[in-house]
Design a protein around this ligand. Structure first.
Ligand code: PLP
Length: 394
C-alpha cells in the first residue's frame, strides 16, 4: 500500500512534459529546425558571467566552508544581503531575520501554505494560475478556491473575488507578472485588492494574508510597473526565486520574506520555519546561497524577452488572434481559435508542429500558453505556422 494521493500525483500525466517529450521525438523525424516548441518556461538567456565567476571564486577561496551545513533558515550573511538589496531598492528596513531561504519559489510556497494552514482553511487563487498551487495548497491540507478569469485583460473579477472571501479564507495568492498570461497587475488593481482584504480581515476578526509569488518580479517591460506589494498591503508574505531573474532554475534557490509589519510576524515566521523543517526544506544549497546573495542586485540580460514579446504580440494580432497585453514574464496567453483549447493545441501540434500548452490546466479554457523564452530566430520562423493555423479556421 502506498499513499493514494501521492500515487496519483506521481503518475499523473503532465501535459507540458508530454508536449516537450513529443517535441524531442518529432525533432528526430522532421529535424529540430522544423519543430516549434513553446511548451517550457526554461529561461533562454544564460546566467550573468559574474554568477559563474562568483561561484568559482568561492569554491577556490573557501572550499572548507562552502560545503558545510548552514542554519536551517539559511546563512545569516546571505539573508542580510537579500535584506540590504530590497532595502536599497524599495526603501524598507528588513533584516536577516525576515528571510527564510528555500530551494526556489515552489518550496517557498509549500512552506507558507503548510505554515499557515489550520483545518478548514482556504486559499483564494485567481485564474489563470500556476497549476502547482493546487497541489501545494491541498498538500498543506487546505482548500483552493478558484476565481474564474477576467478574460478581457486578466486583471481581477472583483465581484467574484468578494463573494469568495469567507471567514475560512486564510490567504490569497497573487502572481504578477503572471504565468501563464504575462499580465502585470496595475497599482490600481492591487490597491483595490488590498482595500477589500483590509475590510474583510476587520469583518472576520483575523488577518487574511496576501501571498505574493514573484519569480518574474524582474522581468517587466517598458511602460509597466511592478509595485512592491508589502507597501500596498500590510499582511503580505513574499515568495521569491532566482530561477528566472538570474536564469538559475536548476540551482534551486529562493526565499520567503515575512516583513515585520505582518500581523503575528514572529509566529508566522516560526511556523514557516517549522513547515520547512517538517518538509525537509532546510539548509538550501550553501554555494548558491552565497552566489545569489552576492549577485542579487543583477539580472541576466532579460531584454530578449521583451523583444520576443513585441514580435509575437504584433504578428499574432495581425493574424487575428486575441492576445491580452502582457507586461512581463515570458508567456503569452492568446485565445484558442475554437472553444476547445485541447483540440486547438492538438491541431497546432499535429498539422503545424507548433507546441502550445492548453489553457484548461491553468484554469482558463479557451486559451493556450506560448512560452516565448526561446531564440528570436525560432519565433520568426514559427510565424508562418501561426498564420497557417489561423487560416485553417477561416
Ligand atoms: N511560481 C510560478 C508562477 C512559476 O512559474 C514557477 C516556475 O515556473 C514557480 C513558482 C516555481 O519556481 P522555482 O523554480 O523557483 O521553484
Amino acid at each position: 500500500m502506498v499513499s493514494e494521493r501521492m500515487l496519483g500525483l506521481g503518475t499523473a500525466r503532465s501535459v507540458i512534459r508530454e508536449l516537450f517529450e513529443y517535441g524531442k521525438q518529432r525533432a528526430a523525424v522532421v529535424g529540430a529546425e522544423n519543430i516549434f516548441d513553446f511548451s517550457l518556461g526554461n529561461p533562454s538567456v544564460p546566467a550573468p558571467q559574474a554568477v559563474n565567476e562568483t561561484a568559482i571564486r568561492i569554491l577556490q577561496e573557501q572550499p572548507e566552508l562552502i560545503h558545510c551545513y548552514t542554519s536551517a533558515q539559511g546563512d545569516a550573511g546571505a539573508r542580510q544581503r537579500f535584506a540590504d538589496s530590497l532595502n536599497r531598492r524599495f526603501g524598507c528596513s528588513y533584516t536577516a531575520d525576515n528571510f527564510y531561504i528555500t530551494v526556489g519559489a515552489a518550496a517557498s510556497l509549500c512552506c507558507v501554505f503548510n505554515g499557515l494552514s489550520c483545518p478548514g482553511d482556504e486559499f483564494v487563487v485567481f485564474a489563470p494560475y500556476f497549476p502547482e498551487y493546487k497541489v501545494f495548497i491541498e498538500g498543506a491540507g487546505a482548500k483552493m478556491v478558484l476565481i474564474p478569469p477576467e478574460i478581457q485583460d486578466f486583471q481581477i473579477d472583483f465581484e467574484a473575488f468578494e463573494r469568495s472571501v469567507t471567514p475560512q479564507t486564510k490567504g490569497v495568492v497573487v502572481n504578477s507578472p503572471n504565468n501563464p498570461s504575462g499580465v502585470v497587475y496595475s497599482r490600481q488593481t492591487l490597491e483595490r485588492l488590498a482595500a477589500i482584504l483590509t475590510a474583510k480581515s476587520g469583518e472576520y476578526g483575523h488577518p487574511i494574508y496576501l501571498i505574493s509569488d514573484e519569480p518574474y518580479r524582474e522581468i517587466v517591460f517598458q511602460g509597466f510597473e511592478v509595485p512592491w506589494i508589502p507597501h500596498i498591503y500590510r499582511d503580505t508574505i513574499v515568495c521569491y526565486s532566482f530561477s528566472k531573474s538570474l536564469s538559475l532554475p536548476g540551482e534551486r534557490l529562493g526565499y520567503v520574506l515575512v516583513p515585520g509589519q505582518v500581523t503575528d510576524a514572529s509566529q508566522v515566521y516560526a511556523a514557516i520555519a517549522g513547515a520547512g523543517r517538517s518538509l525537509g526544506y532546510v539548509n538550501a544549497p550553501s554555494l548558491f546561497q552565497q552566489v545569489t546573495s552576492l549577485c542579487c542586485d543583477m539580472t541576466s540580460d532579460l531584454s530578449v524577452y521583451e523583444r520576443n514579446c513585441k514580435l509575437l504580440v504584433t504578428a499574432l494580432r495581425e493574424m487575428g488572434y486575441h492576445v491580452a497585453q502582457p507586461g512581463g514574464a515570458f508567456y503569452l496567453f492568446p485565445r484558442s481559435l475554437e472553444p476547445d483549447d485541447v483540440a486547438f493545441s492538438e491541431r497546432a501540434k499535429k498539422e503545424f508542429d507548433l507546441l502550445l500548452v492548453p489553457g484548461s490546466g491553468f484554469g482558463a479554457p479557451g486559451h493556450v500558453r506560448i512560452a516565448y523564452c526561446v531564440q528570436t530566430e525560432m519565433i520568426e520562423r514559427a510565424l508562418p505556422r501561426f498564420a497557417a493555423l489561423a487560416a485553417s479556421y477561416k
